[in-house]
Every structure is written in structure tokens, then in C-alpha cells.
Write a protein that binds this ligand. Structure first.
Ligand SMILES: [Fe+2]
Length: 530
């Protein structure tokens, strides 16, 4: 693994093709290696009858899981995962996998034991199609393509599938997706209790997939884009207290309507990155998937002071990137430093280029980027450094105790092709090497410590479990390893400070889990766990 000239000159222009990155990583959200042309969605047209990607399609419960190794006694909480799979096949074979029905699962960890539970997120949409016993909903975020029995373009948030991320705040558990309100979930039974508008104080039709939790104040910063209707340029930002009540709202506009999947937070500022994806009411009325990719666009990062109003947003502009997730950000005097695993270009082949050009898989590569925004400069641009040449999965985490604060460690997964992979035993036979490592990327020293999952295992997104009383970086990395040889899933637990030693425990399920999009650890102090 190579470290890029770590303290070297910033670059702000072309990156990608010339880098000595490792094999392209594949995120669980989607695969960048799907061929262009033909169905891009492996679950499209018909559900696969066999293989590791066969849908789970059942609510699951295992009260006392098989454990290999020793679960640390100081782990008392739950690892929640949210993902999706189509309960019924999608109506359109080229639809986005991001349109799959939400599924939430949990590993309850206590006293060295583990119990598993998994359930569908029972949204209005899920219940309607289950009652009809068929798929009723069309393209990803395009209600014009829905069955007439449920078509309602004036209320697009009624068709959310809540399939993106678990969220824990104010003693409550939610399942989120950025096209609707969060769904309140019982943290023990995983029963879906319904959409949640924070006592009526949250007015946006949509909620963020990734709100940010301030470890200092306990506040949650959340937002909705397309806040007041389909393809609208409204961005509404909310501060929600630890008591679950909305403390403030700012209603502002965006330079152009685009995916605003994630944000970043400092102690003084809120950051809103986006770029490339476009939509319009015309596009949707033409019956297309919600997003197209416009290679002619610039990227933007909006900077709004934590106590700012709608006119205080400053939009910085930069070269086009696919800006999906962030690691963390912090203030440094007049500057803001943002760490983010942005992609060079469009990562999602099912969001086609609007100019008709083919999908470019060589641009679907993500790296650890350091982006610096200078608030004192009259120039509304930023500088960007790629800190490691390693091509990574853009699903990263930091210790939640340092969110919005200076950070030493970033965590994410990646494929290390130098490690062994037994393709003959993997399902399907002959498949390419998977994402097989979690890494701790040390911003202070440039060192990367890595955990290897084994020669028949593929890793899903990593999550961080803070060790109580510890400082930044002290805790456990947890995540799901797909055992491709045994067709089952395993939750791995590794010590963040000794990843090279391998996992200290594996919780073995007797079946395979569908891919999560995101997961989060919640301690028993954060939720009323039984
Ligand atoms: Fe996400």
C-alpha cells in the first residue's frame, strides 16, 4: 500500500487514471463493475434463484448465536444494519438497486452473547405492494412511473423505502432514506412504528440519509433536499435537540438540484457537498430514473455557519466529483478541513450520462481526500489532496466522539488484491476478488493498519464501537463478512488498535444476509434495550 505524498502539494484538478491505486473496490450500495448496456441491476427482471445474492425474503430471529472467539465483555449494545432487497422484482430491469425495499437487522450484544433479529421496514409502500401481492412502484424516485393505484407525484415521500441507514438519536432508532421522512423503529423488536416528523417541527418532505450528531452539544443536524416537492431546489436545514425537539430551521436554495446524500459538520459550520447528478420535472415526466449524470457540471460544497440564516450559505465550487459520503470535518482558524472518500466520477452505472456517453468505470474510484476551504479567501474554490493511493470503498467512519472535531483516524474498507482469494470455493465460482480488508488510516503518521477477513470472505461497510472511557480510536471495528464458501454471514469484531491480529470474535449466522447499505453501533445507554 502506497501513501501519496502525504504532506505534499495540494492538487485541485485531474486525478484518477494515473494513480497507482489498487484494484477497484466495490461498495455494497452498488457495483461499479456492472457492464454497460443491458440490465445493470443484478436483482432486475427476475430475482436470482440461487447464489449469494438470492434475496433473504424472511423475518429472522436467532436468540443465541454461535460465536467463534470471545465477544468483549464491555460490549453492551446493538449493531443495527439497514439495507434493501426487492420484495417483488422491480418493474423496470434497468432500475437502480437503491430502489429496493428496506430491511433492518440487529445483533444485540451483551454479556459475551449475541442475538440476531431481522425484519422488513414496513413502510406505506411495502404494505401496499404486499397487499397487492405485486410490485406497484416504478423507477427510483419517479412516482410518474408508478402503478395508477399508488401514483402520487405531489407526495413523493410516501414512496420511500427507508433502506439506507439506521440512526440513533434522542433515545430513538430510525431507518432513513433521503427521499422521505425517517421511520421510527422499535429498537428491540424492529417493528416499524411509522414515519417521524419530530413532533411536527420537521417540515421538509424529505430527511437526510446521514444527519450528523454533535458529540459536544448532543444536537442532531439534519436536512432535506427537494424539501418541498419533486425536483425542487429547496434545501431545509434543522437542528434537533437531544430531547427530539426541533430547535431551528433554515430554508435555503441550491445552485442546481442534485444528490445531497451526506453532509459534514464542524463546531462552527455545516457543509453540504454535491455534484454531477441532475434531475428535473421534465426528466421525471418523461419516465426516467430520478438522476442522470451531467459531466459538464461542477461540484459544490455549501458552507453554512451553525447559527447562520438562509443568506449566509457560501457555495464553494470545484472540479466534478461524485460526492456521496464524508468522513469528518473540523475548523482550523479561517479554514475548514474536510476528509471525504469522494469518487473521481459517476459511481452508479444505473444513473446514465445525460449526454448519452457511456458509463466510465475508470472514474468510479474513490480515495481518501483532504479538502481545504479557506473562508478568508475571496476565491470560492477549494484545494484537494489525495492522501493515499489506495482505492477505497466510500463507506467510511470515524470515532463518533470526534465528529466535527480534529480527527486522527479514518476507517473504511478496501480490496487488497495481494491477499489470497479462493475463487474456486466462492459463490458464484470464478467471481473476482472481493473487498477483503478494513483499514485504519492514520492521518497523523500516514500509517495504514489493516484487518483481513479471509480468503473466502467479502466485507460490508465497517462500523466503529467506542470503548467506554477511552480516547479517540479505542474500541472495536464491527461489520458483516459474507462467507462466500459457506453461503452464510458472519459479524466480525476486531480491536481497532490491533487490526493486524485479526478478529477477536465472529458471530456466525446459519444463513446469509442481504447487503446492508449502512450500519451503526448503539450502546445500551443510548437506547432502551432489553
Ligand atoms: Fe450513504
Amino acid at each position: 500500500m502506497k501513501r501519496r505524498d502525504f504532506m505534499g502539494t495540494a492538487i485541485s484538478a485531474t486525478v484518477g487514471a494515473g494513480l497507482a491505486g489498487s484494484a477497484k473496490a466495490q461498495a455494497p450500495e452498488a457495483s461499479a463493475s456492472q457492464p454497460s448496456g443491458g440490465p445493470l441491476n443484478p436483482l432486475a427482471a427476475e430475482l436470482p434463484p440461487s447464489g449469494f445474492d438470492t434475496p433473504l425474503r424472511f423475518d429472522a430471529q436467532v436468540d443465541d448465536c454461535l460465536v467463534v472467539g470471545t465477544i468483549p465483555e464491555d460490549m453492551d449494545g446493538a449493531f443495527y444494519r439497514v439495507g434493501g432487497e426487492f420484495y417483488y422484482p422491480p418493474l423496470f430491469p434497468d432500475d437502480a438497486p437503491l430502489n429496493a425495499d428496506g430491511y433492518i437487522s440487529m445483533f444485540r450484544i451483551k454479556d459475551g452473547k449475541a442475538a440476531f433479529r431481522g425484519r422488513w421496514v414496513e413502510t406505506e409502500r411495502f404494505k401496499a405492494q404486499r397487499a397487492a401481492k405485486r410490485q406497484l412502484y416504478g423507477y427510483y424516485r419517479n412516482p410518474f412511473t408508478d402503478d395508477p393505484s399508488v401514483r402520487d407525484p405531489a407526495h413523493p415521500n410516501r414512496r420511500t423505502v427507508a433502506n439506507t441507514a439506521p440512526l440513533v438519536h434522542g433515545g430513538k432508532l430510525f431507518a432513513t432514506k433521503e427521499d422521505g421522512l425517517p421511520h421510527l423503529i422499535d429498537p428491540n423488536t424492529l417493528e416499524t412504528l411509522g414515519p417521524w416528523d419530530f413532533g411536527g417541527g420537521y417540515k421538509s418532505q424529505t430527511f437526510s440519509a446521514h444527519p450528523k450528531l454533535d458529540p459536544v452539544s448532543g444536537d442532531m443536524i439534519a436536512y432535506g433536499y427537494e424539501a418541498d416537492g419533486l425536483a425542487s431546489d429547496s434545501l431545509w436545514v434543522y437542528r434537533i435537540g437531544a430531547d427530539g425537539a426541533v430547535k431551528s430551521e433554515v430554508r435555503t436554495k441550491v445552485p442546481y438540484v442534485s444528490v445531497m446524500h451526506d453532509m459534514a459538520l464542524t463546531q462552527k459550520h455545516m457543509l453540504f457537498p454535491f455534484g454531477g447528478y441532475v434531475t428535473s420535472m421534465e426528466r421525471l415526466q418523461e419516465g426516467k430514473v430520478h438522476w442522470g449524470w451531467d459531466p459538464s457540471k461542477e461540484s459544490y460544497i455549501g458552507v453554512l455557519p451553525r447559527d447562520g440564516g438562509p443568506d449566509d450559505m457560501r457555495w464553494f465550487r470545484g472540479p466534478l466529483r461524485c460526492m456521496m459520503h464524508t468522513f469528518n470535518a473540523h475548523d482550523e482558524g479561517d479554514k475548514i478541513v474536510l476528509y471525504a472518500p469522494f469518487w473521481d466520477g459517476n459511481f452508479f452505472p444505473f444513473f446514465p450520462n445525460v449526454d448519452g456517453s457511456p458509463f466510465r468505470p475508470e472514474l468510479a474510484r474513490a480515495f481518501v481526500r483532504k479538502i481545504t476551504l479557506d473562508l478568508a479567501s475571496p476565491d470560492d474554490t477549494w484545494t484537494e489532496e489525495i492522501l493515499w493511493d489506495t482505492s477505497i470503498v466510500d463507506l467510511g467512519k470515524v470515532d463518533p466522539r470526534v465528529l466535527s472535531l480534529p480527527t486522527r483516524y479514518l476507517y473504511t474498507s478496501f480490496a487488497d488484491p495481494s491477499l489470497p482469494f479462493d475463487s474456486a470455493r466462492a459463490d458464484p465460482p470464478g467471481r473476482g476478488p472481493p473487498v477483503n480488508c478494513y483499514g485504519r488510516f492514520d492521518l497523523s503518521t500516514g500509517e495504514v493498519q489493516q484487518y483481513f477477513a479471509g480468503d473466502t470472505h467479502a466485507l460490508q461497510e465497517v462500523s466503529f464501537v467506542p470503548r467506554e472511557g477511552g480516547s479517540e480510536g479505542q474500541g472495536y471495528l464491527v461489520g458483516i463478512a459474507s462467507n462466500l464458501a459457506e453461503d452464510r454471514s458472519e459479524m466480525i469484531i476486531a480491536d481497532t488498535e490491533n487490526l493486524a491480529a485479526g478478529d477477536i470474535a465472529r458471530i456466525i449466522l446459519p444463513f446469509k444476509l442481504s447487503s446492508q447499505v449502512h450500519g451503526v453501533w448503539a450502546s445500551a445507554k443510548e437506547l432502551p434495550l432489553t
